[in-house]
Design a binder for this molecule. Structure first.
Ligand code: AMP
Length: 602
C-alpha cells in the first residue's frame, strides 16, 4: 500500500512516494514539484484554487488569497499578528483562528480546512502521477509545533482524505533524506533549516541506520519572509520617503512590494546586483531601484543573526562542541543565500553540506519515512525528542518533571503520588509543559481530578503515567492502584493554551530565572519539610518532653523558633540549615519517642 511523504510548508509544499525502491518527488501537470502553499477562495460558487494560480490572484484580490496558513494552525486569534496577513481573521467560540473569507456558503474557514485544500491538491498530483488512489500519508511539521498544532495538521490530513500515519519533525526528515546516502559509522550532524516562515536547528546522531535527535531548537516566526518584509519596507522608503510604513498601506501595494522583494532576494543569490522594477505601482507611477547583494545582506544580517543563539543552545543541549560535529546540513530555501552559507560556515567552523536540494530535503525525508512505513525501503529506526519537559504540579506548587526535555520519543514514564493531607478525597493532576521550577510559570496542557477514598496522609496510591506516541502526541493515564480504576486524559486543543513561538522564550526564561527558580524550589522543599517537622516536634514534646533535661528542651525550642523565623524569610539556605539544626537538636527527643512507642507496644 503506497503512502505519500508530504512537506506541508509555510511557503511551499511538496509530495513524494517510493517507486521501485527509490524515493521520488512528484510533479504536477505543469511540471512543478514544489507548489506555493497558497489558496484562493473566489467570490461566488467557483472552486478554491491552490498553488501558483492562487498566488497570481494575490495582486488582484489579496484579501481572498490565503498564504502562510501554517502559522495559524492550532493557534488562538490572540496569539497571532493579523497585520501579517492580507486576509481577514476571526475567532471561533473557543478563540481559535478562522479565516474570515466567505466561500461556498461558509462564513469562514479553519486553518485546517485551508491546509486540507493544499493537501488535496498534492494528493491529486500524486494520484495522477501514480495512476491510482492513495489514502495514507506522512506529514512533516516544525520541531517546535506543539500538541495543538500537530493535532490540527492531522485533522487537515483527514479532511483531505488522507490518514496521517506519522507526523515527522522537519529537521528529522531532512536528516533521514541525508542519512540514506551515509555509511554505517556513527555520525553527528547539525541540520540548519531556514525556510520561508520557520527556523529549526537540530543536532542528530546517526548510528547503524538509527537516527537520534540529540537536541532541537528554533523559532517558528523566523525565515525568508522576514527578509522580504525588511527589503520591502526598504524599497517602499525609497519610493515614498517620509510616508507611513509599508505595513500601513493597502494590501495590494504591500503584496507588490513583497513580491518584488522576494524576486530581488532570489536573484541576488546568483548575481551581485539587481534592478527592481515596479510598473504602475500607484496609478501611473513607476518605481525603479538598483540594489546590490551587499545592500540586501546589510538588511538581512540582523535576521540571520537571530539564529545564532538558537544554534548555540542546541549544541549546548546536545553537549557537543562545534568541532565534534561531522557534518552541517543546510535545509530550506533561504539557505540558498550566500550570506546564510557564510554565516553557517563561520558559526560552525566548517563548510556546510549542500549536497541535497535545500528546498526538497524535507519532502524527500518524509518520503523516505513513508517508504519505511510501507515496507518499500530497508528498515531504519527513527527516534525523535520532546522539545520541552512534561510533568505535573506537585505539592507546594512545584513542577514535577515526568518526561524531561530532549527525551527520545516514543516515551513512557510514570510516578506514584499520594495524598499530602489527611482525608483528602481527590487529587488534581495538572499536566504541565515547560522548563521552569515552579508550576505556575509553566504551561498547563490539561487537568484531571482523580478521586480516592479518604484516609490518613500518605494512604492514597495514584500512579500517573505519561505516554508520548511517535507523533509527539501526549496521553496521560492515572490509576488508583488500590481500586484499579484508570482515568485517561485526552489533551483537548482548547486546553492547550500554548503560544508556540514562546517555546524559545520559555527556554531562555528558564535560563534567565535559573537562579531565582532554583532558590524558590529549594525554599519550597525546605518549607514542606519544616511544615512536617514543626508539628511533629510539638507533638513529641507534649508526649515525652517532660523526660528531657531543661537545657535540651530549651535548645529544641530555640531551634524550632529559628525554623519559624527562617520560614518568614525567603532564604532557602537559611531554612535548610535551620531544618538540619532542628533535626540535630531533636535526636534525643526522637530516641525517647521511640522508647515510649516500644513500651506502649509491650
Ligand atoms: P522553503 O520554506 O524551504 O520552501 O523556503 C522558502 C523560502 O526560501 C522563501 O522565503 C524563498 O524566498 C526563499 N528562497 C527560495 N529560493 C531562494 C534563493 N535562491 N535565494 C534566497 N532565498 C530563496
Amino acid at each position: 500500500m503506497a503512502i505519500l511523504g508530504i512537506d506541508l510548508g509555510t511557503t511551499n509544499s511538496l509530495v513524494g512516494t517510493v517507486d521501485s525502491g527509490f524515493p521520488i518527488l512528484l510533479a504536477n501537470q505543469e511540471g512543478q514539484r514544489s507548489i506555493p502553499s497558497a489558496v484562493h477562495l473566489p467570490q461566488g460558487d467557483g472552486p478554491a484554487e491552490v498553488g501558483i494560480t492562487a498566488l497570481r490572484q494575490r495582486a488582484l484580490a489579496p484579501e481572498r488569497v490565503v498564504t502562510s496558513v501554517k502559522r495559524l494552525m492550532g493557534k488562538r486569534l490572540s496569539e497571532v499578528d493579523p497585520t501579517r496577513h492580507a486576509f481577514p481573521l476571526t475567532a471561533d467560540r473557543d478563540g481559535f483562528v478562522r479565516i474570515a473569507i466567505p466561500h461556498r456558503g461558509q462564513e469562514s474557514l479553519s486553518p485546517e480546512e485551508i491546509s486540507a485544500l493544499i493537501l488535496k491538491e498534492l494528493k491529486t498530483t500524486a494520484e495522477t502521477a501514480m495512476g491510482h488512489s492513495v489514502e495514507q500519508a506522512v506529514i512533516t511539521v516544525p520541531a517546535y509545533f506543539n500538541d495543538a498544532q500537530r493535532q490540527a495538521t492531522k485533522r487537515a490530513g483527514t479532511l483531505a482524505g488522507l490518514a496521517v500515519d506519522r507526523i515527522v519533525n522537519e529537521p528529522t526528515a531532512a536528516a533521514l533524506a541525508f542519512g540514506l546516502h551515509r555509511s554505517k559509522e556513527r555520525t553527528k550532524i547539525a541540520v540548519y533549516d531556514l525556510g520561508g516562515g520557520t527556523f529549526d536547528i537540530s543536532v542528530l546522531e546517526i548510528r547503524d541506520g538509527v537516527f537520534q535527535v540529540l537536541a532541537t531548537n528554533g523559532d517558528t516566526f523566523l525565515g525568508g519572509d522576514d527578509i522580504d518584509d525588511v527589503l520591502a519596507q526598504h524599497l517602499w522608503q525609497r519610493f515614498r520617503p517620509n510616508h507611513p510604513p509599508l505595513a500601513a498601506q493597502s494590501a495590494a501595494i504591500q503584496i507588490k512590494f513583497r513580491q518584488a522583494s522576494e524576486a530581488a532576494k532570489i536573484a541576488l543569490s546568483e548575481q551581485s546586483e539587481y534592478i527592481v522594477r515596479l510598473p504602475f505601482v500607484e496609478g501611473e507611477e513607476h518605481f525603479e531601484h538598483h540594489i546590490t547583494r551587499e545592500d540586501l545582506e546589510k538588511l538581512a544580517l540582523p535576521i540571520i543573526e537571530r539564529t545564532r543563539p538558537l544554534c548555540l543552545r542546541a549544541l549546548h543541549d546536545a553537549q557537543l562542541q562545534e568541532e565534534q560535529l561531522d557534518e552541517v546540513l543546510l535545509v530550506g530555501g533561504s539557505t540558498r543565500m550566500p550570506l546564510v552559507r557564510r554565516f553557517v560556515t563561520d558559526l560552525f567552523g566548517r563548510e556546510a553540506n549542500t549536497s541535497q536540494h535545500p528546498d526538497e530535503t524535507v519532502a524527500m525525508g518524509a518520503t523516505v519515512q513513508s517508504g519505511i512505513l510501507s515496507g518499500s525501503l530497508r528498515n531504519m529506526v527513527l527516534l525523535d525528542v520532546t522539545p520541552l519537559s512534561l510533568g505535573i504540579e506537585s505539592f507546594g506548587g512545584l513542577m514535577n518533571v515526568i518526561i524531561p526535555r530532549n527525551t527520545t520519543i516514543p516515551a513512557k514514564a510514570g510516578e506514584m503520588f499520594t495524598n499530602a493531607v489527611p482525608d483528602q478525597q481527590s487529587m488534581l493532576v495538572r499536566v504541565l509543559q515547560g522548563e521552569r521550577e515552579m508550576a505556575r510559570d509553566n504551561w498547563e496542557l490539561g487537568k484531571i481530578e482523580v478521586p480516592f477514598d479518604p484516609g490518613p496522609k500518605g494512604s492514597a496510591r495514584i500512579g500517573v503515567q505519561f505516554h508520548i506516541d511517535e507523533n509527539g502526541i501526549l496521553e496521560v493515564l492515572t490509576r488508583n492502584t488500590k481500586t484499579g480504576k484508570d482515568l485517561l486524559l485526552e489533551i483537548q486543543n482548547a486546553a492547550v493554551d500554548v503560544d508556540d513561538h514562546r517555546v524559545e522564550a520559555m527556554i531562555s526564561e528558564s535560563v534567565d530565572h535559573a537562579f531565582d527558580d532554583m532558590n524558590e524550589r529549594v525554599f519550597t522543599e525546605a518549607r514542606l519539610k519544616s511544615e512536617e517537622l514543626l508539628p511533629a516536634v510539638d507533638q513529641a514534646l507534649n508526649l515525652v518532653g517532660d523526660q528531657l533535661a531543661e537545657e535540651e528542651r530549651a535548645s529544641i525550642l530555640d531551634a524550632a523558633a529559628r525554623v519559624r523565623r527562617a520560614l518568614d524569610g525567603s532564604d532557602a539556605q537559611a531554612l535548610k540549615t535551620a531544618n538540619n539544626a532542628l533535626d540535630e537538636a531533636t535526636q534525643e527527643l526522637a530516641a525517647l519517642l521511640m522508647q515510649k512507642a516500644m513500651e506502649d507496644a509491650s
